[in-house]
Design a protein around this ligand. Structure first.
Ligand code: NI
Length: 244
């Protein structure tokens, strides 16, 4: 159910019965010394594809770059400015809206995107009252945080978390890189911080996490919980005012 693997008559046919589109969005940024740089977009993309298949809803190509300014002191990270990200989201949504989609369900994998996504939504809705927009950030879903608490307690951390590292190891076991036990520093500080100060405060890139607790099996459990919770939110969103 991916737009990228359809032709336009397929999409036109889909739009005769449905108007919903799932858009995965993440980032390209360091995730500590053993986490994948693609973590945030890879996880959002995999969840989106599963949720799309399960519910017969098309999935747009992933927005793989996000607002990651604070990670730029680590090699391999790339970032969009908040205003660029707002414009990208607005242009993508209004493009799809112009050819018939009207309900957009964003599956987000990156905390730094949230304020820009919300700003973009406000901007779009001002001029397009028929569009419906919903943001679901998978790692913030209570079903997921409850299970992470059971698996990792406080050592899940806030960036390069045990949970997201576990999910990438479930999805990409060939990329699994173990790490020595130990919790990364997570000092109380001002926020946001710039890239150089981030690297001083969080020297290996992690924030308060101990990903030596991560396993692919825990990742499988978390992924399935997230998939179920996202399906629940998607169906509620689509049921709110009529057909999907
Ligand atoms: Ni992440």
């Amino acid at each position: 159910m991916q737009v990228a693997h359809k032709n336009w008559p397929h999409v036109e046919q889909y739009l005769r019965h449905k108007s919903a589109l799932i858009i995965p969005i993440g980032s390209t940024e360091q995730h500590g010394p053993n986490g994948l740089i693609g973590t945030d977009h890879l996880v959002a993309e995999s969840l989106a594809r599963k949720v799309g298949e399960e519910n017969g809803i098309l999935v747009a190509p992933t927005l793989a770059y996000g607002m990651s300014h604070h990670h730029l002191a680590f090699p391999g990270s790339a970032s969009l400015s908040p205003d660029t990200l707002i414009r990208v989201i607005r242009d993508v949504v209004t493009s799809f809206a112009r050819n018939g989609f009207s309900r957009f369900f964003f599956i987000n994998g990156h905390g730094g995107n949230v304020s820009s996504i919300q700003a973009a939504f406000s901007d779009i809705l001002l001029d397009h009252p028929k569009i419906r927009l919903q943001l679901a950030s998978w790692w913030l879903l209570p079903e997921v945080t409850e299970q992470e608490k059971i698996f990792f307690g406080q050592e899940n951390g806030h960036h390069a978390t045990c949970g997201e590292v576990s999910v990438t190891w479930h999805l990409y076991p060939e990329d699994e890189t173990p790490i020595k036990p130990g919790v990364a520093p997570d000092p109380e500080t001002e926020w946001p911080v710039g890239p150089d100060r981030y690297r001083v405060l969080f020297p290996d890139g992690r924030m308060g996490s101990n990903p030596s607790l991560s396993t692919g099996e825990k990742g499988r459990v978390l992924f399935e919980i997230a998939q179920k919770a996202l399906t629940d939110r998607l169906l509620k969103f689509l049921a709110r005012d009529g057909s999907s």
